[in-house]
Write a protein of this length. Structure first.
Length: 154
């Protein structure tokens, strides 16, 4: 019996010493927007996450861009998630560009337990709207390749 009493604390010490914390999920990869009209490729650029439009169901130009010189350019390759910095486990904050109105909003993204990515854009810090994106396992045909963060600065 004394052996068992000594063994239990020893097992507990070894278990604590050799336990490995769970790895946080990364949003890096290819995502399908909730309305299925676009695919966004998220890449780690330095210590930030950036998301670039990699495919559109219907090809469109960035007609609402506040910079008139960019309004005739294709939306494919345009940064959508801008400078997302980690704020905790599976959470990042930065900005999101909305090509539907040409405006940039403060944004938060979070990996959900379901494996989806929750994106929220906010006006004045508290009026928020969002959607959930679905991870794609591989690059479907027609998807633009990684940008290697070349467009990370708008």
């Amino acid at each position: 019996m004394p052996f068992r009493r000594a063994l239990l604390p020893l097992i507990a010490v070894f278990a604590a010493a050799f336990s490995v914390p769970a790895k946080s999920a990364s949003p890096e990869g290819l995502w399908l927007a909730e309305d299925q009209t676009g695919r966004i490729r998220i890449e780690k650029c330095g210590n930030e996450m950036w998301g670039f439009l990699a495919w559109q169901k219907e090809a469109r130009n960035d007609t609402n861009n506040p910079n008139p010189a960019l309004r005739n350019k294709s939306l494919v390759g345009v940064p959508i998630l801008l400078g997302m910095k980690p704020t905790g486990d599976d959470r990042w904050e930065g900005d999101v560009y909305n090509p539907r109105d040409g405006k940039t909003y403060s944004s938060k993204i979070a990996m959900l337990p379901s494996g989806k990515l929750e994106i929220k854009g906010c006006v004045m810090g508290f009026l928020c709207s969002g959607e959930n994106w679905t991870r794609l396992a591989q690059d479907p045909p027609g998807t633009a390749p990684k940008t290697n963060c070349a467009g990370a600065r708008r």
